[in-house]
Design a protein around this ligand. Structure first.
Ligand code: NDP
Length: 324
């Protein structure tokens, strides 16, 4: 019998890549979308087979219960969230409700409606915040420094309780930053890719950014969704850091993006206080040895390839189909 996978947040960056992966594995896929949400971009699903979509607000426990009981999934990938750190400073309560409590609503729906389903919960390296050590492991002390990270921490601890005390087979992916041409608007990497493309095409002359020294461990979304799938193929639920193990600065990201279009980023990027975060996590760099050993996972797309793909996608958008 074909396996059934429920993906929450299927129209997001990871949801779209994961849907493509699971459809290729001949799974039956149902994806939930935020209320009123439409596919945001024709790029989001390249597959010939479009999965079934269903609207379900994470704020609505009854809606989550109905989706889970109606579909009866074997695997649940919980990706939906208010996923922006910047937006979490603007509305911390809504972020907690969607990103924190929303995860518990999904887990509760699984516990009551599909208790044998395996669940993958998307957690975040932001939970480590002012990390005491670098690189971080699954045992590093959690110390969030922004409202998004607080919400993800609640979801993570909630998942452990559902696993250890309430019998739900939930695994947590502690995801470091991962990007792609489908990254949401408003994220700094998308802004850099778009800025480099616009400047290369003469449509802009400068790019305003915040802290260029901020360091992140950036991977490619396509690699990270593969790790999510691998996690649910194990008989026992567990938590895994998913990271490349290489920290790079925002300046390094600019360097790769502008290099790709034959420009020097220093000629075009200006720093603006407006884009500094009130608090920035310490050096974010993950040790993914456990995932590499136990899942046989490793990243396949390099940092440079990932950045180039993002810039190329922005160039293609600017050039439009008629100029190809
Ligand atoms: P996206 O923001 O691209 O996707 C999240 C999805 O959740 C969006 O489609 C969004 O809809 C949906 N959503 C938002 N609010 C609700 C709601 N109230 N009810 C139902 N759905 C809702 O995130 P990514 O794909 O990048 O990330 C996937 C997961 O991984 C997220 O949980 C994120 O926090 C986590 N993560 C991501 C990292 C990254 O670097 N990408 C790093 C660490 C963790 P809409 O677009 O309409 O808002």
């Amino acid at each position: 019998m074909t396996k059934r996978a429920l993906i929450t947040g299927i129209l997001g960056q990871d949801g779209s890549y994961l849907a493509e992966l699971l459809l290729k594995k001949n799974m039956t896929v149902l994806g939930t979308t935020a209320p009123g949400e439409q596919p945001r971009s024709p790029r989001w699903l390249d597959s010939d087979v479009i999965p079934e979509l269903m609207e379900a607000d994470l704020a609505d426990a009854d809606a989550m219960r109905e989706v889970v009981s109606g579909f009866d999934p074997d695997e649940v990938y919980h990706l939906a969230a208010q996923s922006s750190v910047a937006a979490s400073f603007e509305d911390p309560l809504a972020t907690f409700d969607i990103t924190g409590s929303g995860a518990l609503r999904v887990l509760e729906a699984v516990r009551t409606q599909a208790p044998t389903a395996r669940v993958m919960l998307a957690c975040s390296a932001e939970m480590f915040g002012q990390a005491e050590e670098t690189p971080q492991t699954e045992n590093t002390l959690i110390c969030p420094v922004n409202p998004y990270a607080v919400a993800k921490t609640a979801a993570y601890h909630g998942a452990r309780v559902y696993r250890e005390a309430m019998g739900v087979a939930v695994s947590c992916a502690i995801l470091y930053n991962h990007e792609s041409p489908r990254r949401g608007d408003g994220f700094v990497t998308r802004k850099i890719a778009r800025g480099a493309a616009q400047i290369a095409r003469g449509k802009a002359s400068e790019l305003l950014l915040g802290n260029l020294q901020a360091q992140r461990d950036w991977g490619a979304a396509q690699d990270y969704v593969r790790a999510m799938w691998l996690m649910l193929q194990r008989p026992k639920p567990d938590d895994f850091i998913i990271a490349t193990g290489q920290a790079r600065s925002v300046g390094d990201f600019c360097d790769a993006a502008f290099n790709h279009v034959g420009l020097h980023w220093q000629d075009h990027v200006r720093v603006s206080e407006e884009f500094f975060r009130p608090t920035d996590p310490a050096l974010m760099c993950g040790n993914s040895s456990k995932a590499r050993e136990m899942l046989g996972w490793q990243p396949e797309i390099s940092f440079e390839q990932m950045v180039a793909a993002m810039v190329d996608a922005e160039l293609a958008l600017l050039d439009g189909p008629s100029q190809k």
